[in-house]
Write a protein that binds this ligand. Structure first.
Ligand code: SF4
Ligand code: MG
Length: 315
């Protein structure tokens, strides 16, 4: 999968040459039915772009997204419409996307209208049902979005994804704006729903603790590509890629200052067409000559555990 954006490269103080930024490049993974796949990485690594492509908010520049045998990138809007129902997204800031003057019940009913539920009684029943599913209630049907707490607003975000009965929900940092105590409650609701409704979740977060808590499998993303992938327990007991190790070592400890807690030095570079070698090369303490020249393959080291790093080639 690849996604490019135009990048204005600054040369001698002037915006001159137009280049392509590769937000996502050489990325390949699959999500199984009924599982939670966690995508973790620093901000700017292409996680959100990946999620947006999967639900059809962005089209891939290259490569394909196969959902139930159909390549989503090749569908036009009309062909995509019936699938839109099945592929939903929950964002970090639900509130900003809502009309503050519209009551919650009517917001959710509008979504059902768009997707062809014409019977008003049926719409209302479905909306109340979904409110209860996410831990809200009939009481909230007549409330306005700003009358909800932060945690309730994110529950409403989940409800608006859930109301049309999707099969896959992409959750992009859905709890990152919440207090830690509330995060756990919203995550538990998501996990219960995922089990009960046999949903597939793609859960995107920069927060390793959250990702570990909710995911069955995890993909570690860096500079637009996956550098490691494994079952959650395997990844945490046996992290292989130098970036994964650095990321785990940097798990925030509230009593440590930021400078002390990170093993990751340097900045994520910008990936353009000229990019070659290992994505992590400029920050990797183990970098060898060939790391700067050729991209390591994403190889399966043991069952379900894949890593892209020369340290593990030939094992
Ligand atoms: Fe480091 Fe080389 Fe492995 Fe990349 S391929 S992570 S630069 S050792
Ligand atoms: Mg993001």
């Amino acid at each position: 999968l690849q996604k490019t954006f135009p990048l204005r490269k600054q040369t001698a103080g002037l915006f001159s040459k137009k280049e392509q930024l590769l937000a996502v490049d050489n990325l390949s993974f699959h999500i199984k039915e009924g599982e939670t796949y966690g995508l973790v990485g620093e901000s700017g690594c292409g996680k959100s772009t990946t999620g947006r492509m999967i639900v059809g908010l962005e089209k891939p520049s290259n490569g394909s997204i196969i959902y139930q045998g159909k390549d989503l990138g090749t569908l036009n809007d009309k062909e995509f419409f019936p699938l839109r129902k099945e592929l939903q997204m929950v964002f970090q800031n639900t509130l900003s996307a809502l009309n503050p003057r519209q009551r919650i019940g009517s917001i959710l009913e509008d979504i059902l209208k768009v997707h062809g539920v014409t019977n008003a009684t049926e719409r209302r029943e479905q909306v109340i049902d979904v409110l209860e599913k996410v831990g809200l209630s009939e009481y909230h049907y007549f409330r306005f979005p700003h009358e909800l707490s932060g945690g309730q607003v994110q529950r409403l975000g989940i409800a608006s994804a859930l109301v049309i009965k999707p099969r896959l929900i992409v959750c992009d940092e859905p709890v990152s704006a919440l207090d830690v105590s509330i995060q756990a409650k919203v995550l538990n609701t998501l996990m219960e729903l995922q089990q009960d409704l046999h949903l597939s979740l793609l859960f995107i977060s920069h927060d390793i603790g959250v990702i570990r808590y909710i995911s069955d499998r995890i993909g570690v993303m860096y500079l637009g590509t996956l550098v490691e992938e494994a079952d959650t327990d395997e990844l945490f007991s046996n992290p292989l890629h130098p970036y994964t190790k650095g990321l785990f070592a940097s798990v925030p400890d509230p009593y440590m200052r930021k400078e002390e807690m990170s093993d990751l030095k340097g900045e994520q570079p910008v990936r353009t067409k000229e990019f070659k070698g290992c994505a992590f090369c400029n920050r990797c303490p183990y970098a060898m000559d060939k790391c700067a020249e050729e991209t390591p393959e994403f190889l399966e080291i043991s069952s379900g555990h894949r890593v892209a790093c020369y340290l593990y080639e030939g094992e």
